[in-house]
Unconditional design. Sequence first.
Length: 119
Amino acid sequence: MRVDLPWPPSALKPNGSHGHWSKKSTAAKRYKADCAIVCRAAGLHPVTVESAHLSLRFCPPDRRRRDIDNMLATVKYGLDAISEAIGVDDQHFGFTLTRGEPVKGGSVQVTITETGVFE
């Protein structure tokens, strides 16, 4: 399964001051809702596995330098949307993180591989 999530808003960056906490909360809810719509459009559906491996390819909107661990933190709410769409608790996700070339608007390309079947 594969889904291309939108690039996370800057309000979700873990470092730096981004104003009042409610700004981050609002951005997080909106981003998760947007990602849920993308997941449904991509045809993600509940699966009968107990764990999944997600390969994330971060394609930023520009060539600015970014730490890959911070990029993972910003996409947390998108991963929550994937978790709900496929019905696998995100504590059972494994990850591979890579950088991609910049694309207009940015995106996070997520490939989901089932790694454990319920018995």
